[in-house]
Design a protein around this ligand. Structure first.
Ligand SMILES: Nc1nc2c(ncn2[C@@H]2O[C@H](COP(=O)(O)OP(=O)(O)OP(=O)(O)O)[C@@H](O)[C@H]2O)c(=O)[nH]1
Ligand SMILES: [Mg+2]
Length: 247
């Protein structure tokens, strides 16, 4: 089975080498696709040198900071075009411990999408101040309630998608970028009837490098949830009116 781990990077020079080394050492023969957005700290050059040493590593370079969502899409397209069966997404900052990857992949035999989840029993977050915990918890609850999402952790970026899921979703029709991309992907997957499985993970706050999340990202994520909620309401009303006409 062809397994690819997609790692979007922006200024992750302190983390990338260790992370890729740990992924390559896993007993599942995974390949790695790094998507770097011309990081000013030289992460792109580190990625190139990793790729030069190891054929299982490849790099997509983009011209500037184009956002997390389009970085995932670029990685998905490359993985799919090269025949990948399982495509994993994760952060570069060790918040997502690579040792969970084999369990995520194994569960993908039973579910179309699997998520490394903070919000199921045995899952959790360490080293986050209460404001960040509250923000994450409420964003997740907001998305679940307003959109009717069934997954317990809808904003988690640590996921494994089966090939057929990504082939059937029109990736270029996903309008959100940044962090709201994760919610929109899950919304589309659930709408198509795909099943979602979760494994508990302990999410650790980043130890090295800087966060890229901004106030603006948070507002964007909220507006994405509202846009998707409107589209959900419109399809619900369309169904109701169609049924009325039939009977
Ligand atoms: N290619 C690319 N990667 C990005 C971009 N923005 C963020 N990333 C990467 O996406 C991952 C998640 O970003 P983080 O800054 O860790 O965001 P976060 O996990 O919400 O925030 P922290 O908890 O503070 O770390 C990391 O691997 C980043 O390097 C972007 O615009 N382009
Ligand atoms: Mg992070």
């Amino acid at each position: 089975m062809d397994i690819r781990v997609i790692i979007p990077t922006y200024n992750e020079k302190e983390n990338l080498t260790d992370l890729v080394t740990q992924i390559l050492a896993l007993p599942i023969n995974a390949q790695v696709i790094i998507v770097d957005d011309h990081s000013p700290d030289g992460t792109g050059e580190i990625a190139d040198s990793l790729a030069a040493q190891e054929p299982r590593v490849s790099v997509i370079h983009r011209d500037g900071k184009l956002g997390l969502g389009t970085a995932y899409i670029a990685g998905f397209k490359k993985g799919l075009s090269e025949g990948s069966d399982r495509l994993i997404t994760m952060d570069a900052d060790f918040s997502h411990d690579p040792s969970y990857i084999p369990a995520l992949v194994a569960l993908a035999d039973s579910y179309h999408i699997t998520i490394g989840s903070r919000y199921i029993p045995q899952g959790g977050v360490v080293n986050w101040e209460w404001q960040r915990r509250f923000l994450s918890w409420s964003a997740n609850h907001f998305a679940r309630t307003v959109l009717g999402l069934k997954a317990q952790d809808c904003t988690a970026g640590f996921r494994c998608y089966r090939r057929e899921v990504l082939l059937s979703i029109e990736l270029d029709q996903i309008f959100s970028n940044g962090y709201s991309f994760l919610v929109e992907m899950l919304f589309k997957c659930q709408r198509q009837g795909y099943t979602v499985g979760e494994i508990p993970i302990i999410f650790a706050n980043r130890q090295r490098g800087e966060s890229k999340i901004s106030q603006q990202e948070i507002y964007k994520a909220m507006s994405t949830v509202m846009r998707l909620a409107v589209s959900r309401l419109v399809s619900h009303l369309t169904r109701v009116f169609k049924n009325r006409r039939l009977f």
